[in-house]
Design a protein around this ligand. Structure first.
Ligand SMILES: C[S@@+](CC[C@H](N)C(=O)[O-])C[C@H]1O[C@@H](n2cnc3c(N)ncnc32)[C@H](O)[C@@H]1O
Length: 214
């Protein structure tokens, strides 16, 4: 079974209760939306956009910004299309994070101003490939944002284990190497990184500003 089929299978029924149930444990998404400093005319991609919950809020907040929604699951995209049907500034496309390219998938002439992942990288086993592909799709001085699970270092061990085994049922890989990998990209000069921890390291928000001449 390939990734798209696996995601369709995972979300075939869950998508109907997804937004209601996830608000109790996918923390930091609204903080990220508020932090994004978007300008009219910019092009913004969410990789792994799911039901379109984040893009619905963003499109309402920034009607002059063009949003693009990529997801592996056609089933999730159907739900997103329904939610976003009145938002003329959002385009949806099926595809994989590891393969997305702005010209092929969205017929754009220029790379994105902003790319973000919201609780999507922790579902992608090859998160490094997805990250590099996101950077390839960003303009120099573009902004990459990530909100995802951290290491729950401020919580008791029993809570951490319980959370991680429960998340595994939903395909969450929760690789603790992700923040360290972002730090390594920063140290290698690929961009400027800021990571903020939320709720006793339950989750983190990363902001990575890509290097290069704008
Ligand atoms: C936990 S959901 C998050 C949805 C949304 N970003 C949010 O914050 O509510 C993860 C999403 O990533 C998608 N996904 C998983 N692996 C993917 C991949 N390799 N490429 C693109 N999307 C992927 C899933 O289909 C799912 O819709």
């Amino acid at each position: 079974m390939n990734t798209a089929q696996a995601m369709d299978r995972m979300y075939r029924y869950q998508r109907y209760i997804y937004d209601f149930t996830r608000k109790y444990y996918l923390f930091g998404r609204d903080t990220l939306i508020q932090r994004m400093d978007l300008q009219p005319g910019q092009q913004v991609l969410e990789v792994g956009c799911g039901t379109g919950r984040n893009l619905y809020l963003l499109a309402k907040r920034h009607p002059q910004v063009q949003f693009f929604c990529l997801d592996a699951s056609q089933a999730m995209l159907e739900t997103a299309a329904n939610k976003l049907k009145h938002k003329t500034n959002v385009r949806l496309q099926q595809g994989l994070a590891q393969e997305v390219y702005y010209r092929d998938h969205f017929q754009l002439q220029q790379a994105f101003d902003v790319v973000f992942f919201s609780y999507a990288l922790s579902m992608i086993p090859s998160f490094r490939d997805a990250l590099h592909r996101a950077l390839d799709n960003l303009k120099p001085q573009g902004h990459l944002y990530i909100v995802d699970f951290y290491d729950q270092g401020g919580w008791p061990t029993w809570f951490r284990k319980l959370l991680q085994s429960w998340l595994a049922r939903f395909g969450v890989q929760h690789d603790p190497a992700l923040p360290a990998y972002l730090q390594a990209l920063h140290e290698q000069g690929h961009g400027q990184l800021q990571i903020d921890s939320l709720g006793g390291r339950y989750a983190f928000i990363a902001h990575f500003r890509k290097s290069g001449e704008a």
